[in-house]
Design a protein around this ligand. Structure first.
Ligand code: DSN
Length: 418
């Protein structure tokens, strides 16, 4: 790997090797992560990076675009076929950028937008006060029923009628259940709003057909292509045919500049791979592993937000264990298990401390871990929760965590040999 960098910049080469080693030896369960196939790294670092390009196939601002035109056209065709969509724009650079371009396409400054609360599972770019979008548009929020943890669609509808938004956004960063996209689309129609789903976390599950797609039910669907899609660090937006021109204009020249042909090529590869039996089997197993881990966590006395999971992620409410999300994140990390701290609905702790953790199953499923390994991992998580500051416990757990993952290499031997 990196044979030229190895010679010209040994320091940076060393850091990259160190990160490979970290990923190889840790049980990675950050819900927004996955392990990209080597083809993604090849394409994301390929000669496409030399080409500057703006506009759309057949209408470019730079010469020498004929091959890139073929690439973007092929990628668009594959994406639309994979997701059964009328239209796609794959120029956005990330999931967050994909959200911004939808806003740029349909909103004017000061327009009202209704989105899910960040502290109950939403996303920063859906109008959080901390995000600059909150200064451009007038956001209000819906949330979950605090008893069940489930999105309260009746409250969403009532708020939509009262607030009269121009856009309603669904989709979340930390919501372990399925979202009723049909209902979201209906509520938006009822109040004359555009509807949008940010499917970043579940795009791979949707591509594989193991959970329902939002695409038939709403006007715009934005997404990143990392997370369950297991592709390059990039984004994409789908829309109904009637909004195609609006979206394309909102992307370029509306808000973005030259596209990244490297990640476009990588996404193009993924749109083919995601239709394969291999990818579908992985996504199916992600759901099996997630549900199974929920059962194991409950057996060990952990409370789960929403009671279970229907997707790739689990949110654990740690209050009954008397440990914070921040402590668990730090202690598990020391013990070779990587998760993220997570606010739970109505969290008494601050966002930096939190009362929960979020666990994602994609990466470990890609590596081949199944139920027997999950039994062991949950036992390790429980031992850390019981004694999170005990360095001897953490060292022993780390040894066992490393032993579990050692049988499931991140990449097959020889993948990065020259
Ligand atoms: N929103 C962040 C997450 O879900 O972890 C990054 O995509």
């Amino acid at each position: 790997m990196l044979r030229h960098v190895k010679v010209s910049d040994p320091e940076l080469y060393g850091l990259t090797e160190e990160e490979l080693d970290r990923q190889e030896h840790n049980i990675e369960m950050i819900a927004s992560e996955s392990t990209v196939p080597p083809e993604i790294m090849e394409l994301a670092g390929s000669i496409w990076t030399n080409k500057t390009l703006e506009g759309y196939p057949g209408a470019r601002f730079q010469a020498g675009s004929e091959v890139a035109d073929k690439l973007e056209t092929l990628a668009n065709e594959r994406a639309m076929k994979l997701y059964h969509a009328d239209h796609v724009n794959i120029q956005p650079y990330s999931g967050t950028t994909a959200n911004y371009v939808v806003y740029a396409s349909v909103l004017d400054p000061g327009d009202r937008v209704l989105a899910m609360r960040l502290d109950q599972g939403g996303h920063l770019s859906h109008g959080s006060k901390a995000n600059w979008m909150s200064k451009q548009y007038d956001f209000d929020f819906y949330g979950v029923d605090l008893e069940t943890g489930l999105i309260d669609y009746d409250a969403m509808e009532a708020k939509a009628k009262e607030f009269k938004p121009k856009l309603i956004i669904a989709g979340a960063s930390s919501y372990p259940r399925l979202i009723d996209y049909k209902r979201v689309g209906e509520i938006a129609k009822e109040v004359g709003a555009y509807s949008m789903v940010d499917m970043a976390h579940v795009a791979g599950l949707v591509a594989a057909g193991v959970i329902e797609s939002p695409i038939p039910y709403v006007d715009f669907v934005s997404s990143s292509t990392t997370k369950t899609m297991c592709s390059a660090r990039s984004g994409m937006v789908f829309c109904k045919k009637e909004f195609a021109k609006k979206l394309d204009h909102g992307v370029f020249p509306g808000s973005l500049g030259s596209m990244h042909l490297t990640t476009m090529a990588a996404k193009c590869w993924s749109f083919k791979y995601a239709a394969s039996d291999e990818f579908k089997a992985i996504m199916k197993q992600v759901l099996v592993n997630s549900k199974f881990m929920c059962g194991e966590l409950k057996k060990h006395g952990f409370d789960l937000v929403c009671g279970t999971s229907d997707n790739h992620l689990i949110v654990v409410d740690l209050r009954s264990k008397g440990v914070t999300g921040r402590t668990m994140q730090t202690s598990l990390d020391k013990a070779g298990i990587t998760v993220s701290k997570q606010q739970i609905p109505d969290d008494p702790a601050s966002p930096m401390v939190t009362s929960g953790i979020r666990i994602g199953l994609t990466s470990i499923t890609q590596r081949g871990l199944k139920e027997p390994e999950i039994v062991k991992i949950v036992d390790l998580i429980d031992r850390v929760a019981a004694d999170p500051e005990n360095e001897a416990v953490l060292a022993q757990v780390k040894k066992e965590a490393n032993a579990i993952i050692a049988d499931f290499p991140l990449y097959p031997a020889g993948t990065f040999d020259d």
